[in-house]
Design a protein around this ligand. Structure first.
Ligand code: ZN
Length: 404
């Protein structure tokens, strides 16, 4: 009994001490974000910019009201200095006509991103190199990099690469959830088609190396990943993938893949999609997968997508224990660090494309990741590498190779 009284007497002091420790962590995180250059490699904001009626990426939105996760004011608020906006197209037919249509759609997305940057030119810059990113940061401006998710708009005409490069493109995820002309995907229900990277895909990688466009191995089949490792003359990254050892899905990378990627100077940027961080129960996994395949079909209308995304969110409320927290994110970061060291992990949250972590509901809350990393003993130097330094190293390597 005496111990109980002692405990109860001390409880307010313990809480006070804990509160103080938390405040200290927050202060430290603020300090880090004020100095560090933070970059996220996979942002699907352009989906909302294209499909959501009246959506203005320059205005502040509320996640609880409309489910959106990214806009420029929330990036500023959260201490998110730059994001790779994705020119994303769900895979459609691969006929010459369909390829031409994909190219046309991709060009519209590029134009939309350029317009948004121009409209917000006092606060935002389009950036294409690490140097430009740092320069914008110095001026107090946010950076928008451009990546392409799914090489479908490249089609079979590699001259498209230079066209997109000139529009600011600096990485391409060769395939999305279905096989295309360049590569096999990890998600295609038909399985392998090329046995990895196709012949055109090989030439595509050589041209991307020549131009200075980073090859993104996220979404690719394992064989395609190993082909990229053999073919690319410069380091590559996985713009939004997590660890298969912690969450056994084909979209994630095995330890062997992470080791090989790191041995060639690459980076895995941890994805915040719930079922890539923490494996849901079998029942939930099937419903999520079915809905997601429907969302990713090229002919899904904005209304279809809205309805399907609402269904996805419903699943979250029905099974809250399946939804990961910021601790799960840090577990994946820890895993990579233990496996290959601090220089090969980054962050690609996949916001507005399925990112779903309790505590990091939108981009204004990314400091919670930093706080968790501090809690686990990561130094300021480590955190700077995770939040952007490693990614910028890969981008600079691609650029330097292209200049040779
Ligand atoms: Zn993706």
């Amino acid at each position: 009994m005496k111990h109980l009284y002692t405990f109860l007497f001390c409880l307010p002091f313990l809480c006070f001490a804990q509160d103080k420790a938390e405040k200290r962590l927050l202060k430290k995180a603020d300090k880090i974000h004020a100095k560090a250059y933070t970059v996220d490699t996979h942002a699907d904001a352009p989906i909302n910019m294209m499909d959501m009626e009246g959506f203005d990426v320059g205005a502040k939105h509320n996640y609880d009201e409309d489910g959106t996760q990214i806009d420029f004011p929330r990036m500023k608020e959260g201490g998110m200095d730059a994001m790779f906006f994705a020119v994303y197209l769900g895979q459609g037919k691969r006929t010459p006509e369909a390829n031409a249509e994909a190219k046309e759609k991709a060009l519209k997305i590029f134009a939309k991103i350029h317009d948004a940057v121009k409209t917000n030119a006092d606060k935002v810059s389009l950036v294409t190199t690490a140097k430009e990113g740092y320069a914008a940061h110095k001026q107090g401006k946010l950076g928008v990099f451009i990546g392409m998710e799914n090489g479908w708009p490249v089609g079979t005409d590699l001259s498209n690469l230079k066209l997109y490069y000139d529009l600011g493109l600096r990485y391409i995820t060769l395939a999305h959830s279905f096989n295309n002309d360049l590569s096999d995907s990890s998600g295609d229900p038909q399985g392998a088609e090329h046995g990895g990277i196709s012949k055109i895909g090989e030439a595509c990688i050589a041209e991307m190396n020549r131009l200075g466009i980073v090859v993104d191995v996220s979404h690719l089949s394992d064989s395609a990943f190993y082909d990229v490792m053999r073919l690319s003359k410069v380091p590559v990254f996985a713009s939004h993938s997590s660890c298969r050892a912690l969450c056994d899905v084909k979209r994630n990378m095995t330890d062997d893949m992470i080791k090989l990627l790191a041995s060639k100077g690459g980076v895995i940027q941890i994805n915040f999609v719930a079922d890539f961080l923490k494996k849901p129960s079998a029942e939930v996994a099937v419903s999520i997968r079915t809905i997601r395949m429907q969302v990713q079909k090229a002919d899904a209308t904005p209304e279809d997508k809205k309805k399907l995304n609402a269904e996805l969110r419903q699943i979250k409320y029905k099974y809250p224990s399946d939804v990961p927290t910021v601790k799960d994110v840090a577990n994946h970061i820890d895993h990579v660090v233990k496996l290959v060291g601090i220089d090969h992990v980054g962050i690609g949250m996949d916001m507005d494309g399925g990112s779903d972590v309790i505590g990091v509901e939108d981009v204004s809350k990314i400091k919670n990741v930093t706080i968790e990393l501090l809690r686990r003993g990561y130094s300021e130097k480590d955190i700077k590498k995770i939040w952007g330094g490693n990614t910028m190293r890969v981008l600079a390597a691609a650029e330097n190779f292209s200049k040779k």
